[in-house]
Unconditional design. Structure first.
Length: 324
């Protein structure tokens, strides 16, 4: 291991070769290094808890190959109406009572129409007033929309790069990589915190996982939150039959994300229902310090709250308190 691999990342500096070298380290060296970096920046026994709610489900015009909400896949979920404000607030209250500190509202849109955004702004205002951090993931934003969300009290905007630029075209054709980078610029320019990550286990190569990590880490500033999702293979989606990724490769991806983005919250995100407790503990050891918390992600399952509470207790870990 050379000095360059020791140094904390300055945004904009990581090369693909360096990232691939990190991914290829002996597993114990990699996890040890990631845990060491983690301890320099965070309490290793604390985890940030975000709860998701799908405020507008299904019927999405985009063709993301992993997503059960696309109207383009055979058997894709039918479009539902947007949830009523009261239902959203009831879910947020429940999340807060269970110990979540951030509430993330997701919509199956290519991008929000201004009149839809008005309804979301009301949700953001009221959820923020409950003392929760607020996050939204609504698709691509047009000029001015990020500012409106910020003014309503939004703290984070989630917009994922999903995979490496060179693999992206195999997964999504209805928007390109640059569209995503443009939305991320709008989010950053409005002064919102950025939540940006990706999905692994979609049939990409290790070099392509390095490509995703380079795109994430070389943002300046780096995203505050980095969700690393393991593909949830949903029946009826084009990726349903993808071969499962070696779980250690997933842990490696988390570890390298931690090393490259030492000050970011790295979230062990979708895919936990397919992981046992020992694998999740390895992910925390590799520097993950956030999870999606609540019985459901957007449309698929997530470990039950009681099970997560037990896991954290068994590991002597506790939840971060709210910083909003
Ligand atoms: N429609 C908006 C968009 O795509 O920008 C926001 C919601 S979309 C469901 C948010 C993210 O969820 C996607 O970018 C993707 O990273 C993740 N996601 C969706 N389906 C997934 C799956 N089956 N497995 C893992 N992650 C998934
Ligand atoms: C993220 O990176 N993962 C979350 C959240 N951001 C919006 C979504 C995961 C969705 C998994 C499939 C589903 O439940 O529909
Ligand atoms: Fe639509 Fe988002 Fe699903 Fe893509 S990931 S199909 S944009 S809901």
């Amino acid at each position: 291991m050379n000095d360059r691999m020791q140094a904390p990342a300055n945004a904009g500096q990581w090369t693909l070769a360096e990232i691939e070298a990190l991914l290829g380290l002996p597993f114990m060296d990699l996890v040890w290094r990631a845990q060491s970096v983690h301890r320099q920046h965070f309490d290793p026994n604390r985890v940030q808890l975000s709860t998701l709610l799908s405020i507008k489900t299904g019927g999405c015009p985009e063709d993301c190959g992993y997503c059960p909400q696309s109207a383009r896949h055979e058997g894709g979920m039918a479009g539902e109406d947007m949830l009523a404000l009261d239902d959203v607030l009831a879910a947020a209250r429940q999340a807060r009572a269970a110990g979540a500190t951030r509430f993330c509202m997701g919509a199956a849109w290519r991008s929000p129409k201004d009149r839809d955004l008005d309804a979301v702004l009301d949700m953001v205002r009221e959820v923020k007033a409950m003392g929760l951090e607020t996050c939204a993931t609504l698709g691509m934003l047009k000029d001015g929309q990020a500012e409106r969300l910020r003014d309503a009290g939004l703290d984070f905007y989630n917009h994922n790069l999903d995979t490496a630029p060179e693999f992206y075209g195999e997964i999504i054709t209805t928007r390109d990589y640059q569209d995503r980078l443009d939305t991320l610029d709008r989010v950053r320019d409005a002064g919102l915190s950025v939540c940006c990550g990706g999905i692994v286990g979609m049939g990409e190569s290790r070099a392509q996982r390095a490509g995703l990590l380079a795109q994430l880490a070389n943002q300046d500033p780096q995203p505050e939150s980095v969700p690393i999702n393991m593909l949830v293979r949903v029946e009826g989606t084009p990726l349903a039959e993808t071969e499962a990724l070696d779980p250690f490769e997933f842990v490696r991806t988390i570890a390298v994300a931690r090393i490259l983005m030492p000050g970011s919250h790295v979230r062990l995100s979708a895919g936990r229902t397919a992981m046992d407790e020992a694998l999740q503990a390895l992910c925390f050891m590799a520097g993950a310090n956030s999870i999606f918390y609540g019985d459901k992600l957007l449309t698929t399952g997530n470990p039950e709250v009681e099970r997560d509470q037990l896991l954290l207790a068994r590991l002597g870990m506790s939840a971060e308190s709210c910083q909003a």
